[in-house]
Design a protein. Structure first.
Length: 308
């Protein structure tokens, strides 16, 4: 297991930060001191950054350790709530969950997530679709919807599932042939791909501090299929200014794609999972919503730390 995905390692860091010493953290967690030390060291190796300063007496958490722990703490609290839910009577979770998410996520990692949930709760089955609207959720035509951005929350129960990061990217081959834009205004000399799916609004502007600039390409291809856009980018056919980082971090690490327009980004949108208030009364829906929010938050953070 990647140490970043090991919740016990993060709990060790959290306990150390709270208790102020490895010994006290070990007592709180009821483990050996060496276990706490190894857990934190595994996170440091995975992140390639120091989380505690062992040169000081007493040993102290570093500023980076504080920052990254603050970002991961919501995952621990979500997992705590999930564990509490699992203590309830499991006889009420049998049935179907009608779930909708973006087609790109479904075709890459979400189907694997759903299978993990089914391993925990074999009595639950899924009817999966893509791109369903929140209004269908309110009407009870769909149980759970994965969605980004601002929306009307009337009649819904909404859980935060982290903050996705979007980046402007192109392939080295494309940039070598057509040049690299230094400013969003340069996009008028380039071919661009724009995501227009139902789970988030299209990107019309890029921001950098107080600056704001419209996204205007020389030629534009719009698509609701993020996987198609990703393949077109790696084939050197154009630029995208709003690729989800968790969809392309592997391509960035391998050099197949390159981040462009540093400092510029689309307006920030939160990521959420929603159901109707009526569906929330179903135990299987509550369990899945909590679990999915936890999984999603864990997915965003490793992608962000790998790219930082």
């Amino acid at each position: 297991m990647n140490p970043i995905n090991n919740l016990e390692a993060w709990r060790a860091l959290e306990s150390f930060s709270k208790c102020g010493s490895l010994i006290d953290a070990a007592k709180e967690l009821d483990v050996e001191v060496s276990t706490v030390s190894r857990s934190i060291a595994s996170l440091e190796k995975a992140l390639d950054r120091k989380l505690i300063d062992r040169t000081k007496r007493p040993v102290q958490i570093t500023e980076f350790g504080k920052e990254i722990l603050d970002r991961f703490t919501p995952v621990l609290r979500t997992h705590d709530r999930f564990l509490e839910l699992t203590k309830e009577d499991s006889s009420l979770i049998e049935g179907v969950i009608k779930f909708s998410a973006a087609s790109g996520s479904l075709s890459t990692f979400l189907m694997g997530w759903l299978q993990k949930f089914k391993e925990l709760y074999p009595e639950v089955n899924f009817h999966v679709s893509n791109g369903r609207q929140l209004e269908e959720c309110r009407k009870g035509e769909i149980d759970v919807v994965s969605v980004n951005g601002d929306f009307n929350r009337d009649g819904l129960v909404v859980l935060d599932r982290g903050v996705p990061v979007f980046v402007a990217v192109a392939s080295p081959g494309y940039l070598s042939k057509y040049g690299e834009p230094a400013h969003p205004g340069d996009l008028t000399e380039h071919s661009g791909f724009c995501y227009t799916g139902p789970v988030r609004p299209p990107t019309r502007f890029l921001e950098r501090g107080q600056e704001k600039h419209p996204v205007v390409f020389k030629s534009t291809m719009e698509s609701t299929d993020i996987i198609m856009i990703k393949k077109a980018l790696t084939s050197g056919l154009g630029i995208a200014v709003d690729m989800p980082l968790y969809h392309c971090v592997d391509l960035l690490e391998s050099g197949q794609l390159k981040v462009i327009l540093p400092g510029w980004h689309q307006p920030s949108w939160g990521a959420y999972v929603a159901c109707s208030k009526e569906a929330w009364h179903k135990k299987r829906v509550r369990l899945f919503m909590e679990w999915y929010a936890n999984q999603s938050t864990q997915e965003f953070l490793p992608a962000l730390t790998r790219a930082s």
